[in-house]
Design a protein around this ligand. Structure first.
Ligand code: ZN
Length: 109
């Protein structure tokens, strides 16, 4: 919500109609919970009534044994090469706003 407000201000937006957010599978954020919470946090703000689109990017893990990156699967996080579970998370923890659409101040109604 804070990011949304900032971006809206920077772009002279008077109304935010939709948002595209990226939520990594390891971010600990539950998309449904976020959608639900969004209704409440956006109330009374420029983003009231906006639609929230959630994207879940694929996980990217890095095996510290084989020194290779591999696509992660929440069901099976093991390295496909050594079948070990000694990985670092390269991609999957992020939570960011990809794009915001809305009406700008300069536009006529
Ligand atoms: Zn490995």
């Amino acid at each position: 919500m804070q990011i949304t407000r900032q971006v809206a201000e920077q772009n002279n937006m008077i109304k935010v109609t939709s948002l595209l957010v990226e939520i990594g599978q390891f971010s600990g954020v539950e998309p449904h919970a976020l959608e639900f919470a969004w209704e409440f946090v956006s109330k009374g703000t420029v983003a009231e009534g906006s639609t929230l689109e959630i994207e879940r990017p694929p996980l990217v893990l890095f095996c510290t044994h084989c020194l290779i990156e591999y696509p992660g699967d929440m069901e099976d996080l093991r390295c496909p090469n050594c079948k070990d579970e000694v990985f670092e998370i390269r991609k999957g923890r992020e939570m960011l706003v990809r794009s915001i659409s809305g009406d700008k101040k300069t536009e006529k109604e």
